[in-house]
Ligand binder design. Structure first.
Ligand SMILES: NC(=O)N[C@@H](CC(=O)O)C(=O)O
Ligand SMILES: [Zn+2]
Ligand SMILES: [Zn+2]
Length: 345
């Protein structure tokens, strides 16, 4: 008997599409399964203004192959010079669904991010007033803080003070990687959610470092100890609506990953739904997959759920390309290290 599971079409609440040739190559990988995605603004130069977001959305729609449907949900990259009025106008027009906070230097293309959080107070207050969510890359960048502690320290030193200083600000903790992140979300009733990636449900830090360094498992925030992975799996499969899927699918060419100073990012757009179904099945939680991938995100963002459905079927191990070809060079698809049995029909 074939097992099958029909769920509402999922959305991706944290996605990097890049631009140009890379955009062209990776967009169909997402649009094949996902109806919508929150599009990260960390281009070079970053997407800072409403006008830049509108132009980027047009480039995405131009890159979408005939016959595919996909709605990019645009974000603005928060800088110390961001104009609250521009943010409010971009939100009011329906263009922009979130603002993204990168601490300066925390991750790929974050040099224009925020150093002095006092300087963005006016924007955050405006966002609280209009209900526009702030998506946060939650890591401190202080050189003396150990990379494995940067998320936990960020929660205490930056996130909690910002939230207390800005009542009503709606925050998404992006790509949480620790039990500290899970606990912080659980301890706060309102205005707080978190995205979880597929790869952080699968790898811990040993996968990156034991038996030789694995550049394709290196992303930021870096995967943590196994106990943290288990906390993420428990949160994702719990049915708690504050946790939802954000793949953080972040394509870099193999040349840029497999080098002495390799880029951070895992490319999962191609096989996310197969990865998730395998993880949720192992937890006896396939009934929670629709909530995580298709229902909790729209609820947080106050958007309608998708009317279409997808069907996952279980069978012989799924085959998918090890790499996708792009105009910039090949991009390796995330390999979980075990066979996947669920495919999107
Ligand atoms: N996750 C990553 O490791 N990389 C992302 C940036 C980010 O989401 O932090 C990228 O843009 O490559
Ligand atoms: Zn990030
Ligand atoms: Zn990201």
């Amino acid at each position: 008997m074939t097992q099958s599971l029909t769920i509402r079409r999922p959305d991706d609440w944290h996605l990097h599409l890049r631009d140009g040739d890379m955009l062209q190559a990776v967009l169909p990988e997402t649009a094949r399964h996902f109806a919508r995605a929150i599009i990260m603004p960390n281009l070079v130069p970053p997407v800072v203004t409403g006008a830049q977001a509108a132009a980027y959305r047009d480039r995405i729609m131009t890159a979408l192959p005939e016959g595919m449907s996909f709605e990019p949900l645009m974000t603005l990259y928060l800088t110390e010079d961001t104009d609250p009025a521009d943010v409010a106008a971009a939100h009011a027009s329906g263009l922009v669904k979130a603002v993204k906070l990168y601490p300066a230097g925390a991750t790929t293309n974050s040099a224009s991010g925020v150093r002095d959080f006092e300087k963005v107070r006016g924007v955050l207050e405006k966002m609280a007033e209009i209900g526009l969510p702030l998506c946060v890359h939650g890591e401190v960048t202080d050189a003396e803080i150990d990379i494995f502690d940067r998320e936990a320290v960020f929660i205490d030193r930056v996130l909690d003070p910002i939230r207390k200083a800005t009542p009503g600000l709606r925050v998404v903790m992006e790509h949480i990687t620790t039990s500290n992140g899970v606990d912080y979300v659980r301890a706060n009733e309102a205005d707080l959610g978190a995205t979880i990636t597929a790869h952080h449900l699968i790898i811990n830090r040993n996968h990156i470092l034991v038996g030789g360094i694995k550049p394709h498992y290196y992303c930021l925030p870096v995967a943590k100890r196994e106990e943290h992975r288990l906390a993420l799996v428990a949160a994702a499969t719990s049915g708690d609506a504050r946790f939802f899927l954000g793949t953080d699918s972040a394509p870099h060419t193999d040349a840029n990953k497999e080098m002495a100073c390799g880029c951070a990012g895992c490319f999962t757009a191609t096989n996310t739904m197969s990865l998730l179904a395998e993880v949720f099945e192992r937890e006896n939680a396939l009934d929670k997959l629709e909530g995580f991938a298709s229902l909790h995100g729209p609820a947080f963002y106050r958007l309608p759920v998708n009317e279409e459905t997808i069907t996952l079927t279980k069978g012989e191990p799924v085959t998918y390309p090890a790499k996708i070809e792009t105009g910039d060079g090949p991009v390796t698809v995330f390999d979980p290290g075990f066979p996947l049995h669920w495919r999107v029909a």
